[in-house]
Design a protein around this ligand. Structure first.
Ligand code: MLT
Length: 264
């Protein structure tokens, strides 16, 4: 494994509302703006929406980083914001990879987990090869080239057919990312460890969400986590793909809100 750089000192973060802390970690290749439709949850929680290193306003790592490094950055952000109470931590896809690393490193800081359209398994060999090709694509065509190629897979057929604004939103956020940040995240995801063995150690209530049309982290990935995490439940959202929180924010928020109201 390459030597990791220390996590950046302080992540940029939007903070909304008052109540028990809920931290949401964005997916690749986006930033904290992807959660704008989740701001309404801030009537029952204090919402923390950080940028993961390399994205949005966060510093670009100067050396390879791991999901554990990013988990450290999230813990440091909580310290900086003086959040001492255990948090509910949610992550979508890449955000979920980091949330699982955080659950391993900081179990005492967790009150609950939300894992949306993500997986515990590491990249298999074909996916690692595809990541390396995407890194080359990023070098040649920038973050706009990466997001353009990814869009057809990120979004479900229903969204591609009926919700053009989602495509435009993802393209705008994804194209604005710095290429070096996109490459650092691709390398991080490619090298991430298998989180499956740690699933049985997760002791907090966990909400698993998956879009029925998600091709990147399909239902089977959520079912594997559901079988291994003791206090988990699985919610499927029809008519959406990998970007469930953006494709159908109403259903996503309703699912999260109902679960939070039981938890908190
Ligand atoms: C994401 O949505 O964060 C990415 O699809 C994750 C990945 O590339 O593994």
């Amino acid at each position: 494994m390459p030597e990791s750089t220390p996590p950046t000192a302080s992540l940029p973060v939007d903070i909304l509302g008052r109540g028990p802390p809920l931290v949401l970690l964005h997916s690749f290749p986006l930033d904290r703006r992807m959660w704008k439709h989740q701001h309404s949850l801030a009537d029952i929680v204090e919402l923390f929406l950080p940028d993961i290193p390399g994205f949005g306003g966060a510093d670009v790592p100067t050396a390879p980083i791991s999901v554990e490094d990013v988990a450290d950055s999230v813990a440091r952000m909580l310290d900086v914001q003086n959040v001492r109470d255990p948090i509910v931590l949610g992550g979508l896809s890449m955000g979920g990879y980091v949330a699982l690393a955080f659950a391993r490193k900081y179990p005492e800081r967790l009150r609950g987990l939300i894992l949306a359209d993500t997986r515990a398994e590491p990249d298999d060999e074909p996916t690692k090869v595809a990541r390396t090709k995407t890194i080359a694509l990023a070098r040649q065509h920038g973050s706009a080239g990466v997001v353009r190629v990814m869009l057809q897979k990120l979004l479900g057929p229903t969204t591609l057919r009926t919700r053009p604004h989602v495509e435009a939103e993802i393209e705008a956020i994804g194209s604005s990312q710095k290429v070096a940040g996109v490459i650092a995240a691709l390398e991080m995801s490619r090298e991430r460890p298998d989180s499956t063995p740690g699933l049985a150690d997760i002791a907090v209530p966990t909400l698993l969400i998956v879009g029925d049309e998600d091709e990147i982290s399909p239902l089977a990935c959520a079912q594997t986590m559901n079988a291994k995490i003791r206090l988990s439940e699985l919610a499927r959202i029809p008519g959406v793909g990998h970007m469930s929180a953006m494709e159908d924010p109403e259903s996503f928020n309703r699912t999260v809100r109902a679960w939070l109201e039981r938890l908190l």
